[in-house]
Design a protein around this ligand. Sequence first.
Ligand code: C2E
Ligand code: CA
Ligand code: CA
Length: 385
Amino acid sequence: MQAHTKRGEVIFREGDPPTLAYLIEQGRVEVCTETGGERVVLAILGPGDLLGEMAIIDASPRTATATALDDCVLMPVAREQIQERLAGADPIIRGLLQSQLSRYRSALDTFRTAAPERDGAPAGAPCEAVPGLDKMRLDTQLREALEQRALEVCYQPIWDIALERITGYEALIRWQHPDHGPVSPESFIGLAEETSLIVPVGRYVFDTVVDALVRLRSHWPAATELPFVAVNVSARQLEDAELLEYLQALTQRAGVPTRCIKLEITESLTLDIARAKILLDRCHAIGVRVALDDFGTGYSNLGQLHELRFDTVKLDRGFVRQMLHEPRCFSIVQAIVLMIAALDADIVAEGVESNEQLHALREMGCRYAQGYLIGKPEAAMHPPE
Ligand code: C2E
Ligand code: CA
Ligand code: CA
């Protein structure tokens, strides 16, 4: 949450324990220290500058006092946000930072003892732009959105080509940023993956999906099976050993069969076959199905298909886009559809945008289609008409 600080207000004092750093959004902040009874201005910071991060980095008391020179708007950055990134940083970078910081502190001590003779040396010194501050700002805002449960989950229908009806959905997260409008999951999921923030984001998606299934059930015809919902999970989320227990407890509490949940994982996650096998076994043991996402974009290692019992393989939309113009691509899609069927798995063709594509896929015997032709991601799942 942005903090509004009035002109003249002290943001923190020398000697205070470090709790937060701040990104200055508006106004100027004076950073000063007392030496020999004199006030020495160390810096004047302005919009785009980071304030108070040093005490956070090495967990020491504040070495200066920060006062608002104007009415300011500050974006707090929590200690964990900085410390988690440090913990995940290259140890050499961490070491360099620590050594710079201790050098700065000892220079500050020298400066303090000698200050009366040195007239306000670094006052107003231009501050170098710190790379990654935009990221830090986005990170704070994403945490806020999560706390306020302001992230949305949309549902894109998956069409059963033979049954000619929707039998599943893919859950896709959305973020309506207060200033920038919709932010693509491709950029903010990557950001969340840089820290453990992806763990609560992922749990939030599970919570929302299970809630949506509970709501849907009350309108769903009893004779028809509830649709499945495919949820994307990333490598970092799967490092959370309790993720599956969490999902199992959640579905049990809600009385939703675990069969309704499918996890979508990408190829890069399955490069470590032994680990992927354990994951698949754990999912299958609780009745959760697993799909291999974006098949054909990366290594498309056939060893993965041979050794890992995926329930579903999702053919990347790049193939569907080209298959009607490129005969070779058409042949590849045809061969993949046959191969996946022979392995007793389902196949979902992604990115189906035209009737011609759907027709060709039906002829090939492809089981499912997903794409704008069937439906765009929407705010809710709907019972059959
Ligand atoms: P994805 O898993 O490959 O998801 C499919 C993407 O294709 C979605 O983009 C969807 O809106 C888009 N799409 C669907 N049909 C069509 C079509 O006919 N034509 C075209 N051109 N595009 C289509 P979106 O929603 O922007 O999601 C992007 C990616 O973000 C997803 O790619 C997925 O990797 C990731 N993502 C989304 N939600 C989550 C989440 O909850 N957790 C994690 N870990 N990743 C997520
Ligand atoms: Ca997906
Ligand atoms: Ca995909």
